[in-house]
Design a protein around this ligand. Sequence first.
Ligand SMILES: [Zn+2]
Length: 324
Amino acid sequence: MRRGAMRPHGATLMALAALVSLTITACGEQASGGSGGVEVVASTTVTADLARNVVGERASVTSLLAPNSDPHDYEPAPSDATALAEADLIVGSGGDVDLWLAELVESSGSDAPRLELIDAAETIPADADAAAAAQEADPHWWQDPRNAILAVAAIRDELIAIDPQAETLYRRNTAAYVSRLESLDAQITTCMQQVPDNQLRLVTSHDALGYFAERYGIEVVGSTIPALSTQAQPSAGEIAELVDLIEAQHVEAVFPEVGVDADLEQAVADEAGASIGGELYADTLGSEESSGSTYLGSLASNAKTMVAGFTNGAQSCEIGVAGS
Ligand SMILES: [Zn+2]
């Protein structure tokens, strides 16, 4: 699903806009969504889950992306523009992750306020080695739970502005969720501290876990797609270089990502004599029955998977993310 996919172009969006106006006309008399209150539309599964934890039962949250799908190469459906046209608040992730959102919002005719959660986050540069002054930010901000705390505060404040009657509820929901995020962060820290430093070495599909690595003292050795987007193509030389690095640094496991096919990761692991670790949740949450169906669950699952993979099964970690 990742290689060679095209971004939506102008003609597609024009066609979408036409479909939307038809759909709206056709459904003009239909009652609006389930909650009867505020309608939030979020671009990715992660941003939708964060928003749901702020709104609780007060508002409905629609995620444009389905679980297990890669946001970088997403091709919007006509129903997305319809949802955006009816939204009271639009929650985007920002940067290369959902670049398609701005154009889609425009074609939907929505004038709802739009949050780009990356604007609330503490970002790290896309390329830590580059000295460029105007450095682009790595768009995978949510992989540090402290950024999720900043993000839910931004969602809370915007919702209070839109729906001031429910201020107390939004504040209470957010505070409860923040304490769960803080607990998760502390538990992951404890887990990673059990792993010897020279085994905290990560190889995964694309450069999506830089924030997680930075937060928990993990060295990113490389990725099979050496880029911040899943849309990049690795060269034969880059793959050979990665295999050499894995061998030289005695990396135990290569971790494929959920939502991205793992052929390349398997080939690299085989070539380098490493094992294939469990799947990591990078840019998407998993299906409802999976361990990564929520943001909290996805980070907990990643931490457990990494600890097992880093230590070749010698260590494990327990993380509780039970409800508030
Ligand atoms: Zn990504």
